[in-house]
Design a binder for this molecule. Sequence first.
Ligand SMILES: *[C@@H]1O[C@H](CO)[C@@H](O)[C@H](O)[C@H]1NC(C)=O
Ligand SMILES: *[C@@H]1O[C@H](CO)[C@@H](O)[C@H](O)[C@H]1NC(C)=O
Ligand SMILES: *[C@@H]1O[C@H](CO)[C@@H](O)[C@H](O)[C@H]1NC(C)=O
Ligand SMILES: *[C@@H]1O[C@H](CO)[C@@H](O)[C@H](O)[C@H]1NC(C)=O
Ligand SMILES: *[C@@H]1O[C@H](CO)[C@@H](O)[C@H](O)[C@H]1NC(C)=O
Ligand SMILES: *[C@@H]1O[C@H](CO)[C@@H](O)[C@H](O)[C@H]1NC(C)=O
Ligand SMILES: *[C@@H]1O[C@H](CO)[C@@H](O)[C@H](O)[C@H]1NC(C)=O
Ligand SMILES: *[C@@H]1O[C@H](CO)[C@@H](O)[C@H](O)[C@H]1NC(C)=O
Ligand SMILES: *[C@@H]1O[C@H](CO)[C@@H](O)[C@H](O)[C@H]1NC(C)=O
Ligand SMILES: *[C@@H]1O[C@H](CO)[C@@H](O)[C@H](O)[C@H]1NC(C)=O
Length: 250
Amino acid sequence: MSTFTTLALLATTALAQVTIPATNGSLPAAVGNTGCAAGYYPGTSQVIYTVPYTYQQVLSIIGNYTNLTWSGSPDNSVTTNDSKALMTNNWGPGDARFYDIAGAHVIETILTYSKPANGPYVEVHTLAPLTVPAANVSFYSDFDGQVYQPICGGKATTGNYTINFCATNASVASQVLSMLHMTDAVTVGTFLGGKNFTSCAALGAGNATSTGLPNATSSMPAMYTGAAANIKAGVLGTAMVAAIAFALCL
Ligand SMILES: *[C@@H]1O[C@H](CO)[C@@H](O)[C@H](O)[C@H]1NC(C)=O
Ligand SMILES: *[C@@H]1O[C@H](CO)[C@@H](O)[C@H](O)[C@H]1NC(C)=O
Ligand SMILES: *[C@@H]1O[C@H](CO)[C@@H](O)[C@H](O)[C@H]1NC(C)=O
Ligand SMILES: *[C@@H]1O[C@H](CO)[C@@H](O)[C@H](O)[C@H]1NC(C)=O
Ligand SMILES: *[C@@H]1O[C@H](CO)[C@@H](O)[C@H](O)[C@H]1NC(C)=O
Ligand SMILES: *[C@@H]1O[C@H](CO)[C@@H](O)[C@H](O)[C@H]1NC(C)=O
Ligand SMILES: *[C@@H]1O[C@H](CO)[C@@H](O)[C@H](O)[C@H]1NC(C)=O
Ligand SMILES: *[C@@H]1O[C@H](CO)[C@@H](O)[C@H](O)[C@H]1NC(C)=O
Ligand SMILES: *[C@@H]1O[C@H](CO)[C@@H](O)[C@H](O)[C@H]1NC(C)=O
Ligand SMILES: *[C@@H]1O[C@H](CO)[C@@H](O)[C@H](O)[C@H]1NC(C)=O
């Protein structure tokens, strides 16, 4: 059985394992020089993943802030406090999305949102504090960014999921977030037909390569000041991480 199929099967058992203490979109104040609240430590996770589908195809899956079917939240389970954006699909800073998982509440508030017709798609939001009991970790983020950029002359699209966070255990949080984001990125490709990217040449695009992905920016500090957490394979049991994977869209 493929890793992804295993993830998908395990994911159906995930919902009861997540509780989220966020009550509004605010983030804790920093203390000391880590940029984090007391008992929280800075870390980061980055996932880069290319799908052999066009930017427009990818946007058809991810281009609506309150449609998270690609991240495991059912249709119409995500709400927002911007009813105008919901109608026009035209999102911007301050727009928040809210969704419930096993009675808990996720709040993600946009800092930067841009989706020009030919890319890149750039979205950065904050993540209010939440807890993942199965991993015994709590975290929040002032920079949870996604960039999608066409490559191979438009025949493929590369996603860059980068989150800077404060967590009660930075290495555990980094691994959980990397797994979540990799699962999300793979699911976008699955929704579009399930082909895997190998090379530009295989798509008939010669051997063209990307000229470099743009970086996400926001009015918030782009990075916490602390050192990046190492993503250490095997810190968490694979099954446990997988069980969390479909439960959140972070
Ligand atoms: C949001 O929640 C935090 C933490 O519970 C609280 O300190 C803050 O006053 C709340 N803000 C608003 C606008 O309700
Ligand atoms: C939407 O909710 C977020 C998070 O609670 C808040 O920061 C923002 O001001 C709200 N925007 C509107 C238009 O109510
Ligand atoms: C949400 O997006 C999916 C594609 O990922 C689409 O099939 C579905 O119709 C969309 N739901 C709504 C309510 O727009
Ligand atoms: C965006 O998705 C939401 C929820 O899935 C849906 O209600 C809304 O109609 C969609 N917006 C557009 C413009 O398709
Ligand atoms: C859970 O995490 C906290 C904070 O990192 C730690 O102090 C505690 O020992 C952990 N509990 C278990 C059962 O691992
Ligand atoms: C973070 O979690 C890992 C795995 O459970 C553990 O080995 C490590 O000691 C924890 N670090 C801290 C600072 O609690
Ligand atoms: C794509 O890659 C995944 C993971 O490596 C693999 O399980 C799957 O079979 C591949 N799909 C195709 C169509 O080759
Ligand atoms: C690939 O790149 C190399 C060196 O840049 C070039 O010599 C070659 O012709 C290219 N191949 C194709 C199929 O574009
Ligand atoms: C993105 O940021 C990295 C360092 O954070 C830098 O090396 C790279 O050149 C930047 N890319 C662009 C396109 O600005
Ligand atoms: C991914 O995005 C982050 C945040 O914008 C940036 O620092 C990093 O350089 C990007 N990585 C690549 C490979 O483009």
